[in-house]
Design a protein around this ligand. Structure first.
Ligand SMILES: [Zn+2]
Ligand SMILES: [Zn+2]
Length: 225
C-alpha cells in the first residue's frame, strides 16, 4: 500500500480516537462513541457520533485508507465474511441491517468535512424500512462481493448491501453523507442527520444495553469473531 494513503492520518477522528485504529493506536477510547465493540480482520466495529437509531454502528479499517476499494481482494473477502457474521448476529437484537459506504470521492467532497476520509461502512438496522427507496433512487449495479469495489478505486462509488447482496452506483452526490441523509429522511426521524447537531447519546445507551447479552462477565463485548 502506498505511503501517501496514510498522509492525513493525524487529523483523522478515527485514527485519533478509536483504540487499535491508525498508525499510533490508542489503548483506550477517547469518548464513549469510540469504544470498540468488536474486532475483525483489519477492521473494528464501534458506535458513532450521530447514530440516529439504536444499533447504528460503524465498521472501520484499522489502517488509514480512504475507502474499502484500497484494500486487496483477500482482505475484502475477509471483511465481507466478518460483515456477514456481525450483521447476522446484530440483526437478532436490532433489525435487518443495511450496510453502505460513501466510497472515496463522494466522502472527500463533503463541504463541512462531516464525512470522514477513512474507510468505514455504516451498519444501520433499517434495511426493511429503507432498502426499497434506496434501491430505486439512483441506478445500482449488483456486484459479486465486496472485492468488486477494487475496480472503482479511481472513480469513487456508492455501495450498499443487505443479507450478503451488494450493489454499487457511480452516481456522484452533490453533498457529503448522501446515503446517510437519505436514510435519515426515509426513516422520518425527528432528530437530525448531522452528527454535529445530534450526537445520538440516548441511542448509544440503548445500543449498549441491548448488546449486553453478547458481553462476557467483565462486560466486554465478545459477540462474533
Ligand atoms: Zn484515519
Ligand atoms: Zn460515511
Amino acid at each position: 500500500m502506498k505511503m501517501t494513503l496514510d498522509a492525513d492520518c493525524s487529523n483523522c477522528p478515527y485514527c485519533r480516537n478509536i483504540p487499535g485504529v491508525g498508525a499510533f493506536p490508542l489503548k483506550s477510547a477517547a469518548t464513549e462513541f469510540d469504544q470498540l465493540l468488536n474486532i475483525g480482520p483489519g477492521v473494528v466495529i464501534a458506535p458513532t457520533v450521530g447514530m440516529f437509531i439504536p444499533g447504528y454502528l460503524l465498521l472501520i479499517t484499522t489502517r488509514h485508507v480512504v475507502s474499502f476499494s484500497q484494500l486487496d481482494e483477500e482482505q475484502l473477502s475477509n471483511v465481507e465474511r466478518f460483515v456477514g457474521l456481525s450483521t447476522r448476529q446484530l440483526s437478532g437484537l436490532f433489525d435487518e441491517y443495511l450496510v453502505f459506504e460513501h466510497g472515496a470521492v463522494s466522502c472527500g467532497r463533503s463541504l463541512h468535512g462531516a464525512c470522514v476520509s477513512h474507510a468505514h461502512l455504516h451498519l444501520i438496522p433499517a434495511a426493511r424500512r429503507v432498502e426499497r427507496a434506496l434501491s430505486s433512487v439512483v441506478s445500482w449495479e449488483p456486484i459479486t462481493g465486496l472485492a468488486d469495489v477494487i475496480r472503482l478505486r479511481e472513480s469513487g462509488y456508492l455501495m450498499y448491501g443487505t443479507q450478503g447482496r451488494y450493489y454499487v452506483s457511480r452516481y456522484v452526490p452533490t453533498s457529503g453523507q448522501w446515503i446517510r441523509r437519505r436514510v435519515f429522511e426515509w426513516l422520518a426521524l425527528e432528530t437530525h442527520w448531522d452528527w454535529a447537531a445530534y450526537s445520538g447519546r440516548q441511542e448509544l445507551m440503548m445500543t449498549l444495553d441491548r448488546l449486553r447479552p453478547l458481553c462476557d462477565a467483565k462486560g466486554d463485548p465478545v459477540f462474533l469473531y
